[in-house]
Design a protein around this ligand. Structure first.
Ligand code: GLV
Ligand code: MN
Ligand code: MN
Length: 415
């Protein structure tokens, strides 16, 4: 492994400049007063992908867009019969998000490939850099890459207002050819994703690298509550079917339910749209979202069932009706034991203190875990802030993460 560490050291100053320079330029794309807005399939997302495609080209990676709309670049290995090692992340963002969630791992992966190529280092395995489309809308690109989404699922409407079906076309994929983008079990040697931690554990512990042990499973529910829109002045208080009041009760019940037992489970009502949303009319309809997460799939089943039961009870008590639909499901995923060791060893070889830790955020890695050994490398998020315009990771931590990714790839190639 000395070989690898030496190679990393020799390009370190340039790499620090390169990846952080790319991030600084990328910050201008989709930047608004509220934060970074590169929501999948928006104009800014398309601009971000164009920027990323240029990085692939400059790195000599001759990118292609697969039928699912994922960007893929490939370095051939010395043993063409071997399955590829995959590295990458995403470049779309949440609404009013930051510039580091996704781009750090995407640009870091491009830089790893560029650095290997520039130095004439040939791995045994092919190396594929993948930038998955629409991660923030429910790991859509990686779900498509493992054949997880049904045709009916493609009619779901993304945050940009486009359906997934439309979105796939917009980013250069092809709904008719989706089967061609599916990767099967055994067709990928290993998947490694570099990402910002998005929490405060590493910073609190003064550690530089996190080796991810597992990624939470996630249930996204869309809830529609129907009451009756009526005059706010003339309808007596005991004769109302107030959908917003029911939504408020449900929101409190969601919070109480997940807090009522020990464990790391979390739930959030993050979006609420009221109709007609007017001062002097009782709200007749509410649409809201629930985001429920835990590492234990059985617990998620049980909590989801409880939330559905509470929705029905609150509906009955308030004269409203609740419809609860599952918008997205991602299963919890455990990292591969051997790959975690490669990451630990890479951090140690580079003199970077590290620890193992679970991920409370969802990632494309958890979808790819269905078909290949998976691992993730975390670098610190300042003040543990993410999905926020205040999201920030220090330049030196970005470089550390890319270093560990490079070293982990070389270990995976030999393993
Ligand atoms: C994705 O970043 C998620 O955890 O929601
Ligand atoms: Mn995110
Ligand atoms: Mn992310």
């Amino acid at each position: 492994m000395n070989y690898c560490v030496r190679m990393t050291d020799s390009v370190l100053p340039r790499r620090a400049f390169v990846v952080n320079g790319w991030l600084a330029k990328f910050d201008a794309i989709g930047r608004t007063a509220g934060g970074i807005n590169r929501v999948a399939y928006s104009e800014a997302d398309l601009a971000g992908r164009a920027f990323t495609l240029d990085l692939f080209r400059d790195a000599g990676l001759a990118p292609r867009i697969d039928a699912a709309g994922n960007i893929v670049g490939r370095l051939e290995g010395t043993e063409p019969s071997l399955p590829p090692i995959l590295i990458g992340s995403h470049v779309d963002s949440v609404t009013d998000g930051g510039n580091y969630d996704g781009p750090v791992g995407s640009f870091g992966a491009i830089e790893v490939a560029r650095s290997l190529r520039e130095q004439g280092v040939r791995l045994r395995h092919p190396l594929e850099v993948v930038v998955w489309q629409n991660e923030e809308g429910g790991t859509i690109g990686s779900k498509l890459a493992i054949g997880e989404l049904t045709d009916a699922g493609l009619d779901a409407v993304a945050r940009s207002g486009k359906t997934l079906r439309e979105g796939i076309g917009l980013v250069g994929g092809s709904v008719e050819k989706l089967a061609g983008a599916v990767r099967t079990r055994g067709s990928v040697h290993a998947y490694v994703e570099l990402h910002i931690e998005q929490g405060g554990t590493l910073e609190r512990s003064k550690l530089r690298i996190g080796t991810v042990t597992g990624i939470v499973g996630l249930r996204w529910l869309d809830v529609i509550i129907d009451g009756f829109a009526n005059h706010a002045g003339t309808t007596p208080m005991d004769q109302r079917q107030d959908a917003l009041l029911a939504a408020a009760r449900f929101t409190v019940a969601v919070n109480d339910t997940v807090r009522a037992e020990a464990g790391g489970q979390v739930a959030t009502v993050g979006r609420l749209v009221a109709s007609p949303n007017t001062r002097n009319v009782i709200p007749g309809r509410i649409e809201l979202t629930v985001d429920l997460r835990d590492l234990d799939a059985a617990k998620l089943d049980r909590l989801e069932a409880r939330l559905r039961q509470l929705a029905a009870e609150i509906g009955r008590a308030s004269g409203t009706t609740f419809r609860v639909n599952q918008a997205t499901v991602s299963a919890p995923a455990m990292a591969d034991t051997q790959m975690m060791e490669w990451i630990d060893q890479s951090a140690t070889a580079l003199g970077l203190p590290s620890q193992r830790m679970p991920s409370g955020a969802g990632h494309d890695a958890q979808e790819i875990a269905h078909i290949a050994p998976m691992a993730m490398i975390f670098v610190p998020s300042v003040a543990g802030i993410s999905h926020s315009p205040r999201e920030f990771t220090k330049a030196e931590d970005v470089v550390n993460g890319v270093d560990v990714l490079l070293n982990a790839v070389v270990r995976a190639d030999q393993g």
